[in-house]
Write a protein that binds this ligand. Sequence first.
Ligand code: SF4
Length: 628
Amino acid sequence: MSPGARYRRTVAAPEIAETLEKVVAQLPGGGEVRDGQRVMAEAVADAIESGRHLVVQAGTGTGKTLAYLVPAVVTGARVVVATATKALQDQLAGKDLPFLDAHVGGFSWAILKGRSNYVCRQRVAELLDDRQGRLDVANDDPGLTAVLEWANETEIGDRAELALEPRAAVWDAVSVGSDECPGASKCPMGETCFAEGARRRAAEADVIVVNTHLYGTHVAAGGVVLPPHDLVVLDEAHRVEEVVSSTSGSELTSGRISAAAYAVGRVIADDALVTDILAISARIADVLDDLVGQRLDPPPARLVDQLTQLRTKLDAASAALKGVPESNVDVVARRNRASQQLLGLSEAILRASVVPTGSVAWVEGRPGSAKLRIAPIDVAGLLEELLWRETTAVLCSATIPPKLPTRLGLPKGNTTEINVGSPFDYEANAVLYCATHLPDPRQERADAVHDEIAALIEAAGGRTMALFTSWKAMQAAVEALRPRLDTPVLAQGEQPKPALLSAFTDEPAASLFATMSFWEGVDVPGPSLSCVIIDKLPFARPDDPLLEARREQVGRRAFELIDLPRASTLLAQGAGRLIRTAEDTGVVAVLDPRLATAGYRWDLIRGLPPMRRTKDRAEVLALLGELR
Ligand code: SF4
């Protein structure tokens, strides 16, 4: 039990099953507990009582949310639920927790987000002061006026309450990141701060919902961000390695350096120093633009040279900030925030100049918005030391990647792994079709792929989600097929994601073409989606810097330990878009013959739901016609 965590009540398996039954019976339409859901709930209760970690694969339709919430509530454990998607967080906050509260009760819950999601009272106070003195013309932005009016009335201060999403620059002007906030004790608004209020509510709650990113920050910070808890549920556990890798690393952008320069400029009257920092920031942007896509092993001299010059200037800025007279509370607050920003920036510069052992540095993004990232190659040791020893964990997902417990460093002797399957009848309701007649994706084959997509969409009468492994392949398909098809083609990037998904759901004749961000977390039940097309097996690019470093670390078994589990999980996630309810039927079409021929094919097929398999194109086209 972690220090400060709470007393837990021992419960027998029948009590869990009984409560689950009672709760599920209240679901709209009077649901029934499914076997997999009961097995998972009892396993979660066992994890709470024994302190053994649990890794559970719970296929679509299991009802995994109630399967972890019911035992947490019945045993009285304090639990943190970390979700990887906003959709799941909204579902917990808007549906599952209020429902459980109404039918079981006896517990409290809270949502906690990262600091930059809450409006910062201190920044708002400073902006209003500036406005009165007309110091900053940009403060007359109408979007900013609306946000300031809302900030004056809100009780929670969560950006999600805003009816209209503010522009990034507007939100940046009224919020702070955790790297900028000096902490409540050093802030004049600390007592009424919204982010601090959310933390206080979380500290009193029995169930705390956070996103995986915030939980990763909590782990990387040595467990000080969140209140002590008995259990953490890491939902969408297949994303944990990627998220922890990101939160325990650091990032450096020219934008971050410029933001720190402006923060300093608002406090000290040394224009030359601020101008110098901005000039170095621009030079670093140029160097990073040239390095996009490259691993920095070691960082090139021209980058280290600029970083060294920057450190000298930041040291001068820190010294100047210390000398600022404490004339009023706002000046002190601005100074504290600027100092905090410089501190975080100096740490990132240090890591970028001399990349720590066991980490990898690379530049990602596009020229103009390049980002230098440093991340640990392997998160197992970090998680072992900072998480698994401290807190019991339940890791669940519809697709648990092969070898996940090993990659995450879960202790072998203290981890239980189960697969509770899915209640859906995949064999009867879904067909996995591999287009073996198509050329191998390593050859030029765009025309053949477009012909195949057109044939499938025409047979299905639209109702298709085509998932691509690259933006370029998606755009080529949209361009080639839109004029050719009689049914509408919707494409990622042409509308915001929620609008695109509702247009697709509302118009069964439509097809939706999209890339990786639609492979998971997209839920379109019903007849609007009868065919999922996957253009090729989702193997990572061989030159992805982080994966390249991981491959080097494991040596000859890299394909088996790194590439195959990753592709298997993504493929299962993509295919998983098809069957969302017991009534859904359809076809998953994989336009990559390697799924039927490669030596590793069974590793991929075993990771997919148990669909009936075929290579018979005519049979699949006829079946799609029947489903219309
Ligand atoms: S403590 Fe102060 S600076 Fe930090 S978020 Fe709260 S109001 Fe803003």
